[in-house]
Design a protein around this ligand. Structure first.
Ligand code: F6P
Length: 374
């Protein structure tokens, strides 16, 4: 092996730069050249545009695009985002575009590629890799934590911490105004981020698509009854966390499901209160607010855990290539770094996409979702 490529694909997340740093360090230590491909596989097409010739793309020891003043390569691990850029759209189903990507890859003369991506990107890149007979290693990243076969993906821990801190911050304003804060958390169709941060942040109610696919009237009623219990016990505010993947009662996915829930909580509280049952008289004039945390969850300084994970994932990817073990996904399993053949991983991802079900990282019968069910 003399020269490898590295790219980040799909939505960004904290820790991508830490992985890029780890890969450059380990690869240059072996005497390899590392080429950074900008904006995911799209970068292979734009090689011809001139602004990213192989020469420009070489990630030098002192950092690519990072001013020397900042300390070059070593400062990278503290920065969120991806210095390579990331793209979460593309048109791999268009054969002309695939062809251009494959030609670009060939022109770079890479011995292997390290691609950092979520479930969607890995599926797309695997398809290209098969067509172009690429030798590649995948590293899982996503704040959604929904890549199968790995217990944790890069970026998830930082996102959990960001949401947990936001819940803490919201607690005091909620308490001052006796309000019900309905907080919408990212995760696409998965509830891992909402569940982990909801528990860590002391949420009173957590709604995730795995357990509550849609907000039917009985769900709203249960939420209000829980608020009534809190109020009877003397606590007048509440934090309700809802994963963005939870749908409206008609099954429709909407951008702001928290708005719907916040409004329905007020309506149903009033209905329960008017029922005359003394249990619900505390629900008079319930005041709710909807908060979408949004893309703040994708940024933030990577936690120590994510930086360590990045260091271990990056090193494992380089080691796999040096041992000529290609077409594998680096994973975290039982507290250790390991790898799985993509021939096992990709069909699982495809199944989940086909069934429109969210892949549970490791054991669909176990884990925190099961605990929440109990
Ligand atoms: O997959 C990561 C994620 O942040 C999801 O949690 C979220 O639904 C989506 O990406 C947002 O994507 P975009 O950056 O295109 O708005």
């Amino acid at each position: 092996v003399k020269r490898i490529g590295i790219l980040t694909s799909g939505g960004d997340c904290p820790g991508l730069n830490a992985i890029i740093r780890a890969v450059i360090k380990c690869a240059t230590h072996k005497g390899w050249e590392v080429f950074g491909i900008p904006y995911g596989t799209q970068g292979f097409i734009n090689l011809e545009l001139g602004h990213c010739t192989p020469e420009d793309l070489r990630l030098k020891e002192h950092g690519y695009d990072v001013p020397g003043l900042l300390g070059g390569l070593d400062i990278l691990q503290f920065l969120s985002g991806s210095i390579l850029g990331a793209l979460n759209k593309g048109n791999p189903s268009d054969p002309a575009i695939s062809q251009e990507i494959l030609q670009g890859f060939q022109r770079l003369n890479l011995d292997a590629l390290i691609a950092i991506g979520g479930d969607g990107s890995l599926d797309i890149i695997d398809d290209l890799a098969q067509k172009g007979q690429w030798r590649w290693v995948a590293i899982p990243k996503t704040i959604d934590n929904d890549v199968p076969f790995t217990e944790i993906s890069l970026g998830f821990d930082t996102a959990v911490n960001t949401v947990t801190r936001s819940l803490y911050d919201l607690t005091f304003t909620a308490a001052s105004h006796d309000r019900i804060m309905v907080v919408q958390v990212m995760g696409r169709d998965a509830g891992h981020l909402a569940l982990h941060s909801g528990i860590a942040g002391g949420a009173d109610v957590i709604l995730i698509p795995e357990l509550t696919p849609s907000l039917n009237p009985s769900v709203i009623d249960q939420v209000c009854r829980q608020i009534a219990v809190l109020r009877q016990g003397g606590r007048r505010f509440a934090l309700v966390v809802i994963a963005e993947g939870v749908r409206r009662p008609d099954g429709q996915k909407v951008a702001s499901i928290c708005d719907f829930l916040a409004q329905q909580i007020q309506v149903q509280s009033q209905t329960l209160c008017s029922s005359g049952n003394p249990k619900f008289c505390s629900l008079q004039e319930v005041d709710s607010r909807a908060i979408i945390l949004g893309h703040i969850q994708r940024s933030g300084v990577p936690t120590a855990f994510d930086r360590l994970l990045a260091a271990r994932f990056g090193r494992e990817a380089v080691d796999l290539i040096s041992q000529h073990h290609y077409n594998r996904l680096v994973v975290w399993e039982n507290g250790e770094v390991a790898s799985k053949p993509l021939t096992e991983v990709i069909p699982k991802i495809k199944d989940c996409h086909r069934e429109k079900k969210c892949p549970d990282p490791v054991d669909p019968q176990g884990g925190l979702v099961q605990t929440a069910k109990e």
